[in-house]
Write a protein that binds this ligand. Structure first.
Ligand code: MG
Ligand code: MG
Length: 255
């Protein structure tokens, strides 16, 4: 079931979304060559704590996971697409990092992710990240009342494919509300005009995931969480929580 949120509820969700936005900004500022993924998780923990927010990531254990998630961010480096567990790994020159973070505040959830490079960037990574951001913008642009979920999925996937990138099947966006993961699923590829009708008050996480090589296949690392590309090529992942309103899409996790 999809709960339609009131204007007041969307305003409350914006507050949760802004905690996530601040956490991601702080992580990005703290990231650099020699900084560990655990240190980045600590930066996000501090932002959540100061805001009085809880983490929907910490202790999360969906059906596929062998263990409860131990951190407040996912940190996915280079060939890791999503769901990377922060470790003692220290970032190296030229690494491509995706950080995903959530917050729970006042009974509402927010969910957002960024990709960025550390040190001297590779041109190919810059193009990959820019395309991910363009795909996200296209998806948000399609998040208007009267459209359907398939219009968002199509908009996201078309930008990814036009760039020559792979789109891992089986993971994508979702509804957001009192919980981080709600209905409906929002795939990263789809057919326009298909799927659930978008109505004012729906809140969706839109989250393109792109594989540089153009292949779509991936596997879980031995930790059971981290999804990695099968060919070792790099991946990017960006995400916003977006409300569908009478006035168009409102990005609740805007930075
Ligand atoms: Mg996320
Ligand atoms: Mg999400």
């Amino acid at each position: 079931m999809v709960e339609l949120k009131t204007k007041a509820s969307i305003d409350a969700m914006y507050e949760a979304g802004q905690v996530v936005a601040r956490a991601l900004t702080a992580v990005r500022e703290a990231a650099g060559v020699g900084v560990s993924l655990l240190e980045l998780d600590e930066v996000a923990r501090n932002v959540l704590r100061e805001a009085g927010a809880d983490s929907p990531f910490l202790g999360y254990r969906p059906a596929f996971a062998p263990t409860a998630f131990p951190a407040v961010v996912c940190a996915s480096v280079n060939d890791a697409i999503v769901h990377g567990i922060p470790t003692r790994y220290r970032l190296r020159d030229g690494d491509l990092v995706s950080i995903d973070c959530g917050a729970q505040l006042g009974g509402w959830a927010g969910d957002s992710a960024i990709s960025f490079t550390v040190g001297r960037p590779r041109a190919a990574d810059v193009r990959l990240i820019e395309t991910a951001e363009s795909a996200l913008a296209a998806g948000i642009g399609a998040a208007v009342a009267g459209n359907r979920v398939g219009d968002i999925a199509h908009a996201v996937g078309a930008v990814c494919r036009a760039g020559g990138y792979g789109v891992p099947d089986g993971f994508g966006g979702h509804g957001v509300g009192r919980h981080m993961h709600e209905d409906p699923p929002v795939p990263n590829e789809g057919r326009p005009g298909r799927g659930m009708r978008l109505r004012p008050g729906m809140v969706l996480a839109i989250e393109p995931m792109l594989i540089a090589s153009g292949r779509d296949d991936y596997h879980a690392a031995p930790d059971g969480w981290t999804l990695k590309t099968n060919d070792g090529s790099r991946a990017a992942h960006v995400e916003h929580t977006v409300a569908i309103t009478e006035d168009g899409p409102r990005i609740l996790t805007e930075r």
